[in-house]
Design a protein around this ligand. Structure first.
Ligand SMILES: Cc1cc2nc3c(=O)[nH]c(=O)nc-3n(C[C@H](O)[C@H](O)[C@H](O)COP(=O)(O)OP(=O)(O)OC[C@H]3O[C@@H](n4cnc5c(N)ncnc54)[C@H](O)[C@@H]3O)c2cc1C
Length: 221
């Protein structure tokens, strides 16, 4: 089933990441971490479907998506960048992504953090944030977003990491076994990683090298 919903608000979180607040259809329910297939009734993306993850919560009176736009791909997200309040988007029913196995370490690259936004917000509502940490990797400070909210949710258990520039207040480096060993002591807990394919493969390889069991690593890309 498809749902045609209007955009209430569009916010620019960075130079290429937008947050869309959408009308919520009646009797539309989802759980934190679930995604949808997204379509636009525009000739430029006729027959194209793109998956995005809800970043709001089921308890919110609206739906929220956080989307990185790639104008150079000349695909869906080039059109998303052009959307404005009042425009209509088409959503599928929600589907599952991350399989939660308990508190753990969330390791995201760029907008791979979207399922973790909803999951961590839900954990706050449920009083279940203890024992969770988040590493959010971005290339530069200009690419980073929502640091204030992640910091408020997780305090010292939130680690903002930049791979292409050194900036005070941010960790610096590419994801690797050396990097993770410096910041994580327990490799027997659950790990959740989401981001570009190369990033999540590097995270998984590093974690396995450090003694994590593959069955405890949830990988999404
Ligand atoms: C389950 C799931 C959930 C997701 N949730 C989110 C989310 O919440 N937020 C988010 O931002 N993203 C999310 N993504 C990723 C998102 O779906 C893609 O970024 C999006 O579909 C890209 O669409 P696009 O049409 O703009 O570009 P693409 O589909 O990547 O590319 C369109 C075309 O451009 C060409 N192309 C590809 N790469 C390049 C390149 N480097 N340079 C030039 N041309 C190129 C190819 O011909 C391709 O067919 C999710 C992905 C999955 C699988």
């Amino acid at each position: 089933m498809e749902f045609h919903v209007k955009i209430q608000k569009k916010e620019q979180l960075t130079h290429d990441v937008v947050r869309l607040t959408l009308d919520r259809p009646k009797d539309y329910f989802f759980t934190a971490g679930q995604a949808i297939d997204f379509k636009l009734d525009r000739p430029e993306v006729k027959d194209k479907v793109s998956p995005f993850t809800f970043t709001g919560l089921n308890a919110d009176p609206f739906l929220q998506l956080t989307i990185k736009c790639y104008p150079a791909h000349h695909g869906m997200t080039e059109q998303v960048a052009k959307l404005k309040a009042g425009d209509e988007v088409i959503l599928s029913e929600p589907f599952d992504t991350v399989a939660l196995k308990g508190p753990g370490v969330f390791i995201a690259g760029g907008t791979g953090v979207t399922p973790f936004i909803a999951i961590l917000r839900q954990k706050k509502v449920d009083g279940a944030l203890a024992g969770n940490s988040l590493f959010h990797f971005n290339k530069t400070k200009a690419d980073a977003f929502m640091e204030d909210e992640f910091g408020a949710l997780l305090g010292n258990d939130f680690h903002a990491v930049l791979s292409n520039e050194q900036v005070p207040g941010y960790l610096y480096g590419l994801v690797s076994a050396d990097f993770l060993k410096q910041h994580i002591t327990d490799f027997k807990q659950p790990f959740y990683t989401c981001g570009p394919e190369g990033f999540v493969k590097a995270v998984k390889n590093a974690l396995v090298q450090l003694g994590a069991s593959e069955s405890m690593i949830d990988v999404q890309f």
